[in-house]
Design a protein around this ligand. Structure first.
Ligand SMILES: [Zn+2]
Length: 286
């Protein structure tokens, strides 16, 4: 049986659309965001950001899109907590037990939310591909970073593959990190295939794989070139963060305003654009 086209799915959905649906969706999203806070995967202020992203995705894209975001979120939690103690001794673990804050959530979920809202006005393949490219990029970047920290080989700067950097430095890449990026993108692709998010079921795998791996590599490229790097004025440790030990850090390299969350936003846009380019190239073959 041919998979339903996005057009038909949308028309079928309209008939069932009542006020009850968004209310139920709202409570499902709030329950998930609350569980995430209780499990310490997002901090308290991250609750509002997560609920906003979650509701935009659920309302605009439907339950299947929300499942994709939940899968990305779960991948992030699992790979952040995997060997967390070792990463903390390395000094490169995510702070606060891996709990993500609101700017991080909006940076990773912003384009996905915009695609979902776009899908309300113009449901079709373009917002779905932008959504998948953005989520694949965030998933690939998160897993590549967390897995790359565990690599036995020294990270090399993506722009100078002979130049070794300390683990956790933006722009540093490892073969294990690339495997992680491909794995995470494929998990998103397989879930999107199972949920029938694109009308051409198998097109979704290369779209997520190419978009996600390119987006994560682009993140490293920006990280190696223009991302802010500096040091803490209190403990004098090198850091890419805007604040450390409760004080503003001093920037020594890159553009002072291009910090990690800006890099994430730019990378999701790049991953989504390449995901769409993949559709243009491959769609005639499907
Ligand atoms: Zn410090």
């Amino acid at each position: 049986m041919a998979p339903p086209t996005l057009d038909r799915m949308h028309r079928e959905g309209e008939g069932q659309m009542t006020l009850v649906t968004p209310v139920v969706e709202f409570f499902v999203v709030v329950a998930f965001a609350l569980a995430a806070v209780l499990l310490n995967t997002i901090d308290a202020r991250g609750f509002l950001a997560s609920a906003t992203v979650g509701f935009a995705v659920m309302y605009g894209g439907g339950f299947s899109w929300f499942v994709i975001v939940a899968v990305f979120f779960s991948l992030g939690v699992v790979f952040t907590l995997y060997k967390y103690g070792y990463k903390r001794r390395l000094g490169s673990a995510q702070g606060k037990g891996g709990a993500r804050n609101w700017p991080h959530i909006l940076a990773n979920g912003g384009l996905a939310s915009i695609a979902a809202i776009w899908n309300i006005a113009n449901p079709g393949i373009v917002p779905a591909v932008v959504f998948l490219g953005a989520v694949s990029t965030s998933a690939a970047d998160t897993v590549a970073t967390e897995l790359g920290l565990l690599s036995h080989s020294q990270p090399m700067l993506i722009t100078h593959p002979s130049h070794a950097v300390t683990p956790g430095t933006s722009g540093g890449v490892t073969p294990l990190g690339f495997v992680g990026a491909a794995f995470a993108s494929l998990v998103i692709g397989i879930m999107a295939l199972a949920l029938g998010i694109l009308p051409d079921p198998y097109l979704v795998l290369p779209v997520c794989l190419v978009g996600g791996v390119f987006g994560a590599a682009f993140d490293s490229l920006v990280g190696a070139t223009v991302q802010r790097k500096g040091y803490c004025v209190v403990c004098l440790k090198p850091t890419e963060a805007l604040r450390h030990c409760g004080e503003k850090t001093t920037a020594t390299q890159g553009k002072w305003y291009i910090e990690n969350n800006i890099v994430n936003v730019v990378s999701t846009v790049a991953g989504a654009a390449v995901a769409y380019a993949t559709v243009l190239v491959l769609a005639p073959l499907f």
